[in-house]
Design a protein around this ligand. Structure first.
Ligand code: NAP
Length: 285
């Protein structure tokens, strides 16, 4: 069987071009560009790299970047004041509070304080509630990215059996809801799931977000299934996903690589969410 490798970079490039065009129209119409604020608290090196990459990406598509940095010993009051400052600034359309935050702070509390109209990560209670009710709103970037990759791969979701491994608020739960919205029959697996390989092997669409390098082996996959690998793991300094790409490639109909699959799409969706948030703000003003 010939397996299609889903090219996340190519799909992300197309989406970024669309976002750049949309940002240009917005800027022309309102005399200012959409703006994205990143709030980085502490000195976690991986977070600093992610934030720098988000700021660079903003510049590439005509979104104005706002960068807030707080020290490792920042207090709850300082963090809240920073979020409130970004909430109050009309030039800022979207806000990301980069996780994880230092131990003395509560990341869930802080992300929950972002104005729901600027919640481009889609993680506030309001955004989660709108998704659960099937109402329009800002959707979390990585699940949105996966939906776009599934559409690009031509996956027919209506009535399809979809299995998501992972039940996090960040990914697994919103992913399942987006699949349900498209009329897939959805199962969510987690660390207590019995017979994980057998459950996964019934899936027409299998999505892995576990954080365990190459855990999804060939026997997890129904022949011809579409397999999306959300995992980002570093093993011996090499990046790999939660899917054993070599083993799964000989069984699946289509599969995403790591790197070059979901990752580039997540950041493109963040940029897209920022332009969507900018429009929502002017339409609701
Ligand atoms: P998380 O909060 O740690 O959740 C991991 C999930 O996997 C949990 O629900 C856990 O089950 C489940 N799990 C752990 N071990 C398992 C096992 N042996 N069998 C079945 N399920 C198991 O992680 P996350 O934030 O959702 O992220 C998951 C992965 O995606 C990570 O590698 C992360 O780096 C990556 N990620 C990538 C992107 C991207 O842009 N590509 C974005 C977000 C996340 P329990 O709930 O029972 O503990």
């Amino acid at each position: 069987m010939s397996t299609k490798v889903i090219d996340g970079k190519a799909v992300a490039t197309k989406l970024r071009e669309q976002v750049a065009a949309d940002a240009a129209v917005f800027t022309e119409q309102y005399g200012r560009p959409p703006g994205l604020a990143t709030i980085l608290i502490g000195d976690d090196p991986a977070s600093a790299v992610y934030v720098a990459s988000k700021q660079r990406s903003c510049a590439e598509v005509g979104i104005e970047g706002f960068s807030f940095k707080l020290p490792n010993d920042a207090t709850r009051e300082q963090a809240i004041a920073t979020i409130e400052e970004a909430n109050a600034n009309p030039a800022i359309s979207g806000i990301i509070c980069q996780l994880p935050v230092p131990d003395q702070l509560d990341g869930v509390e802080l992300t929950g304080l972002v104005d729901p109209l600027k919640d481009v990560d889609g993680l506030t209670t309001t955004s989660a509630g709108l998704l659960a009710l099937g109402r329009p709103g800002l959707r979390p970037c990585t699940p949105r990215a996966v939906m776009m990759l599934l559409d690009d791969a031509g996956a027919d979701l209506e009535g399809a059996v979809a299995v998501v491994i992972g039940r996090s608020n960040l990914f697994g739960k919103p992913m399942a809801q987006l699949l349900l919205e498209r009329s897939a029959t959805v199962t969510i697996c987690h660390s207590r799931t019995e017979d994980l390989p057998g459950t996964c092997a019934r899936a027409d669409v299998l999505i892995a977000a576990v954080g365990r390098p190459r855990m999804v082996a060939g026997n997890f996959v129904k022949p011809g299934a579409v397999v999306i690998d959300v995992g980002i793991n570093r093993v011996d300094d090499v990046l790999c996903g939660d899917v054993d790409f070599e083993a799964v490639s000989s069984v699946a109909g289509a599969v995403t690589p790591v790197p070059g699959g979901v990752g580039p799409m997540t950041i493109a969706c963040l940029l897209d969410n920022t332009v969507i948030a900018a429009r929502m703000a002017v339409e609701q003003a």
